[in-house]
Design a binder for this molecule. Structure first.
Ligand code: FMN
Length: 195
């Protein structure tokens, strides 16, 4: 199913090194004709780093989507009762947010949006990007893979020599993963060859 005419939540968490490519994919998603609402974790709202400043992330997301990012628990919460989204994409998804989501923790706007959205039995797409994916977070990825309405953007080891536990999803597959998730299907193969 295409994203044209759909209400899409685009949630960003603090894997800052991916932001420049993720914003390009966000442009592609908006170009489908979807109405896209950005949602920022507190880390994204507050951290300035070598990959950019929090204020710039806010302005870029707003410019691409035409919508103000959701920044609080109380503005994310209505996603549930008002049934505001057709699909929620968490891209990038940190190890921190992955772990919390798998344990049903709801203490950031992104996680609140996920909880609210899942209540409506609708799909979530996760773009993992974390150095501990094959170590501390492997069990959480496994748990989420086995979770109803949760889909993963296909991923690979991004540097198996220097970062043997790291996985990063393929940015160019976000759109296709979301389209298939709307039909209740996981894009395959989910594990891609190493980069
Ligand atoms: C410059 C920088 C880059 C980071 N890159 C990543 C990353 O790629 N993956 C990850 O899981 N965490 C990364 N982190 C750590 C997260 O930002 C941190 O765990 C934060 O608490 C995540 O919160 P959130 O999941 O609510 O956004 C990075 C932190 C900084 C400062």
């Amino acid at each position: 199913m295409t994203l044209n005419g759909k209400e899409v939540g685009f949630a960003m968490t603090g894997s800052f090194c991916t932001f420049s490519v993720i914003f390009k994919e966000l442009e592609r998603i908006v170009a489908t004709g979807a109405n896209v609402t950005p949602i920022f974790s507190y880390a994204v709202q507050n951290i300035d780093c070598r990959f950019g400043k929090s204020k710039e992330f806010y302005e870029t997301a707003k410019k691409i989507t035409g919508n103000n990012p959701i920044l609080t628990l109380e503005t994310a919460e209505p996603i549930g009762p008002k049934c505001l989204l057709d699909i929620l994409i968490i891209a990038p998804c940190t190890g921190n947010s992955l772990a919390k989501l798998s344990l049903a923790i709801t203490d950031t706007p992104v996680l609140m949006a996920a909880k609210a959205h899942l209540r409506n039995d609708k799909p979530i797409v996760i773009f993992p990007s974390t150095n501990d994916a094959l170590s501390m977070n492997f069990k959480n990825i496994g748990s989420l893979l086995n979770c109803k309405n949760v889909f993963f953007v296909p991923f690979s080891q991004d540097n198996h020599i220097k970062k043997p536990n790291s996985l990063v999803a393929d940015p160019s597959s976000i759109l296709e993963t979301a389209e298939m998730a709307l039909d209740g299907k996981q894009l395959q193969p989910i594990i891609l060859p190493p980069k």
